[in-house]
Write a protein that binds this ligand. Structure first.
Ligand code: ZN
Length: 249
């Protein structure tokens, strides 16, 4: 069995409008990593980090939670900071979203095992159930950057596998998970190839931002692409689409 996880960052309105209906149609559950201050005070975020992208409403976040999708932390104000994570928990609780434990998706995939001791402490003490992070290109070797550049230009399946194979989760015991970043240049065939190369009993988290046909920047992925992947997974053998919290169990 291969486990596939869709993890959506920030709490963007297009996730609710475009991705959730497709997922619901297949009966797939996903993880939504919600920046609570963006939801409540969108203006500044839309000017800066999340250019022109509207957030979900509190009501929409609650609908997703009630439909079995996982609501996870992404910082109250999109920071890698223990206080910001605690504020995120308080705010989600005030909306009536009260899971036994929340997981945390690190903004900008900044988290490493040794660079955020206060966040590691939250994981070790059981305040949060897992940390989802990923590759930060600026920390990687020149060779990696060159391969990424080539992959971006060519959309080559094998190169996509090479630069992402370290993100496939073989052992989900340590509760710090890497993820595969999906950018506007990523093709569905590359995702399918990566899934085909995954060993049995491994897992992968695909990190998305916006799902929309109005592609404004590299953080958008087309609705038809998303549909194509869901259809592929639905027809796949020994594939389970699940949430990050299920992986952490
Ligand atoms: Zn984010």
């Amino acid at each position: 069995m291969k486990r596939i996880i869709f993890s959506f960052d920030d709490g963007r309105s297009d996730n609710f409008e475009n991705a959730i209906p497709i997922l619901d149609n297949y009966g797939f559950k996903c993880t939504l990593n919600v920046v609570s201050d963006y939801i409540e005070n969108p203006d500044e975020y839309m000017r800066k980090s999340f250019k022109d992208v509207l957030p979900m409403t509190v009501e929409q976040v609650k609908i997703c939670a009630n439909n079995g999708h996982e609501i996870a932390l992404h910082g109250h104000t999109h920071k890698n900071d223990a206080t910001d994570i605690k504020n995120n928990i308080v705010k989600l609780n005030s909306w009536g979203i009260c899971p036994e434990k929340f997981g945390f998706a690190s903004p900008y995939s900044y988290f490493l095992n040794d660079n955020c001791p206060n966040i590691s402490e939250m994981l070790n003490s059981g305040e949060i159930s897992y940390i989802r992070t990923g590759i930060q290109t600026n920390r990687k070797s020149l060779l990696y950057k060159a391969l990424l550049w080539l992959e971006t230009k060519t959309h080559n399946n094998f190169l996509f596998w090479i630069i992402n194979r370290e993100n496939v989760i073989i052992n989900s015991q340590n509760d710090v998970f890497n993820s595969v970043t999906i950018r506007s240049c990523t093709k569905p065939s590359q995702i399918k190839y990566l899934i085909s190369k995954m060993p049995d009993n491994s897992s992968v988290i695909f990190m998305f931002h916006s799902i929309s046909n109005d592609v404004k920047n590299m953080w958008f992925w087309k609705v038809d692409y998303f549909k194509e992947i869901c259809d592929y997974l639905n027809n796949g053998k020994d594939i389970c689409v699940t949430t990050t919290s299920q992986l952490a169990k």
